[in-house]
Design a protein around this ligand. Sequence first.
Ligand code: ADP
Ligand code: ASP
Ligand code: MG
Length: 471
Amino acid sequence: MTANLTESDRPAPQAAIRVLKFGGTSMGSGERILESARLVLAAGGSPVVVVSAMSGVTNQLEALRIGQDTPIAQIEERHLEAARTILSEGPGREGLERAIRARLRAVREGLGIEEEAAVEEGPAADGVSDDVRSAGEDLSVLLMTAALSRFGHRARVVDARTIVRTDDRVGGAVPDDDATVERARHRLLPLIDDGVTPVIQGFVGASADGRTTTLGRGGSDFTAAIIGAALGAPEVTIWTDVDGIYSADPGQIPAARILPELGYEEAVELAYFGARVIHPAAAKHAVGRQVALRIRNSFHPERPGTLIRIDRRGTPGVAALAFKPRVGLLTVRSRPMFMAYGFLARVFEVLTRNRVPVDLVATSHTSTSLTVDRDAPLDRVLTELDAFAEVELLTGMATVSAIGAGLLRTPGVTGEVFRALDDLPVHLISQATDTSLSFVVGEERAPEVIRRLHAALIESRLPNASPHHDP
Ligand code: ADP
Ligand code: ASP
Ligand code: MG
């Protein structure tokens, strides 16, 4: 992979700048936020902090129904309680409480909730706005700034809307790199020079006309990578709730092993094929801009974590397995009266127009299968494809991917894969690079597939590696 910026475009390296991103569990309570603030102080240099919403809050906001107040009241109480843990009684805490209430008042207004008219189960909100979706991160920056100031550290909220410029796609906006780099430097470098730590919402941005946007679920990692690259920071630390990147989701495979280092291609593939620990766009952005990413456990800061190195291509063999649920398998065949020429172009034109991304593709003379996100607008896609193709959609699928550098050149790997899956129905096999090999299986079979592949490809090959620590 090559850098997207030329030498002269790239900011001069700012060795002292450390971008630290704290995920939902690291922001999950007043105590956790104080711990995370201590990690900022311990980082030394000039820290820049990016925060997620408290764990679960974005889910609660996305599920809000019109007129329903109970979840908002719960979110309010959780943040007020954190405020009471972080600051002792006094004008500072009162100001913080007022700011929390004001932000949630705006959410209530956005959903047409007046206190007397609140209901338990209103009609679905037909997709909440990004104004509502961004509230969790807006509250988190307030709490993190308060925690840093409680330790006597100079910190200030810098609204991500004034830095991250995006297009206007609701729920999944795409940043404009040049505008964002320019703003990040302009807004942040003077503060940093002044010894002030900027605290920025992850996940949040704004379109050219000033409307709030969000970068897609898990997008705070992406914000951290964008800011790190814009400021020329050598490394971005993603503080999360596991020790780093494992050979499989440690919540699913207890025998998963921590990977001290990972090559950049492996990291990008792993993220794209579903390992939630790092957002795919963050991995890709950091790699393209030559920023190293380190994933660490905020519950165990003494552990070294995983370093995604831009100068490392990875070690041969299977490093890790990833899993993506909620996949649809779409099979299309050209109708007999249509020429095969241009058929695939038409299929992709329909998918592109409906903004449905495709992960895997396998094609034969008579048909083409592709995987799509089951929650995408597939009804429309099916109707449009039906005009020129025979179409079949299987929902309830998952992809399982084996990731490792030089995977197919490593003797024995493919044999072991097929032996391990011998008696299980596999709907599609896809391999486009030498770094990943993916399968589509029924969602209910995926845990078994991962367990078998992990045992065959990873446990049996690394007898001396140590299994993971629990957080
Ligand atoms: P945060 O809120 O800190 O961003 P996430 O929940 O987004 O945290 O990501 C961390 C989670 O990713 C872990 O708790 C773990 O369950 C999951 N995960 C999935 N695959 C992996 C993997 N290969 N290595 C580590 N964690 C993984
Ligand atoms: N809070 C957002 C989410 O839950 C962004 C993030 O956590 O990265 O998706
Ligand atoms: Mg995350």
